[in-house]
Design a protein. Structure first.
Ligand SMILES: NC(=O)c1ccc[n+]([C@@H]2O[C@H](COP(=O)([O-])OP(=O)(O)OC[C@H]3O[C@@H](n4cnc5c(N)ncnc54)[C@H](OP(=O)(O)O)[C@@H]3O)[C@@H](O)[C@H]2O)c1
Length: 244
């Protein structure tokens, strides 16, 4: 049997309309999972689902804003009802504003970044946990960032949101250890996506980093989804080359 098979598994991927989330959704479906695809833009997640179905897979698009708890509850219950349960949640939806120092920053934008990247992740985990417990096992994978571990000037909102997400990952892992639900962080390092089109994005890394395509993140996302029920938890797995 293929050790990376996701046959009979049901996954939700937030932010599945483009970038890293889309690549993970396509790969999980290719590995046999039924995939609930969530994001705010209905056209983008419909396109992800259409691609999966054309390739012979199984997927459902549920337009969702992760900052809205009722919408997240609806996402999780719709996917679980449609596919008969839930095994894997990839908390990937995220935003990153351009670089701005704290002194020149905008408080509302700061709030929005934390609201999507951290509080949105909390809503997703909270809604998913009862469904994962019902299965007797599960995986939660959060998309973290090196900036959440080390920070970078001009990135206070993003770095703080990802630092909080890393701590949420660790706390959840401890709360869910006895339920066979593992919770781990995937740190992709710089990836060429829409998030990085702003000036000062990928260019700041020069050739010091491995600049990835979204598909380069897939092997680690598959690895994390296919570990044993009592496999690694509360861990951060990084694809970065350097410590900065
Ligand atoms: N790219 C990188 O270099 C990099 C590095 C480290 C970590 N990451 C993390 O990886 C994740 C994916 O990033 P990416 O580069 O693939 O970004 P992306 O291409 O901009 O995709 C982000 C996805 O998140 C969705 N999203 C944003 N706000 C949302 C909300 N409120 N509710 C639901 N969905 C929402 C977007 O769809 P809608 O706008 O339609 O909602 C989109 O599908 C993020 O958490 C990011 O912080 C990325």
């Amino acid at each position: 049997m293929n050790p990376q098979s996701l046959e009979h598994k049901v996954a939700i991927v937030t932010g599945a309309g483009r970038g890293i989330g889309r690549a993970i959704a396509l790969a999980y479906a290719e590995a046999g999972a039924a995939v609930g695809c969530a994001a705010r833009s209905p056209g983008e997640i419909a396109d992800t689902v259409e691609t999966i179905v054309k390739r012979g897979g199984n997927a459902l698009a549920v337009p969702t804003d992760v900052t809205r708890p009722a919408a997240v509850e609806h996402l999780v219950s719709t996917v679980a009802a449609h596919f008969g349960g839930l095994d894997i949640v990839v908390i990937n939806a995220g935003i990153s504003p351009g670089r701005v120092p704290v002194e020149a920053g905008d408080a509302e934008q700061w709030h929005e970044v934390v609201n999507v990247n951290l509080i949105g992740a909390y809503h997703c985990a909270r809604a998913a946990i009862p469904h994962l417990k019902r299965r007797g096992a599960g995986k939660i994978i959060t998309l973290g960032s090196g900036m959440g571990h080390r920070g970078k000037p001009g990135s206070s909102a993003y770095s703080c949101s990802k630092a909080g997400l890393w701590m949420l990952t660790r706390v959840l892992a401890q709360e869910l250890w006895d339920d066979n639900i593992s919770v781990n962080e995937l740190v992709p390092g710089p990836v060429d996506t829409a998030m990085n089109t702003a000036p000062g994005g990928l260019a700041t890394f020069g050739d010091s980093e491995w600049i990835k395509a979204p598909e380069d993140v897939v092997p680690l996302a598959l690895f994390l989804a296919t570990q044993p029920d009592r496999g690694p938890s509360a861990q951060s797995f990084s694809l970065m080359r350097r410590d900065g």
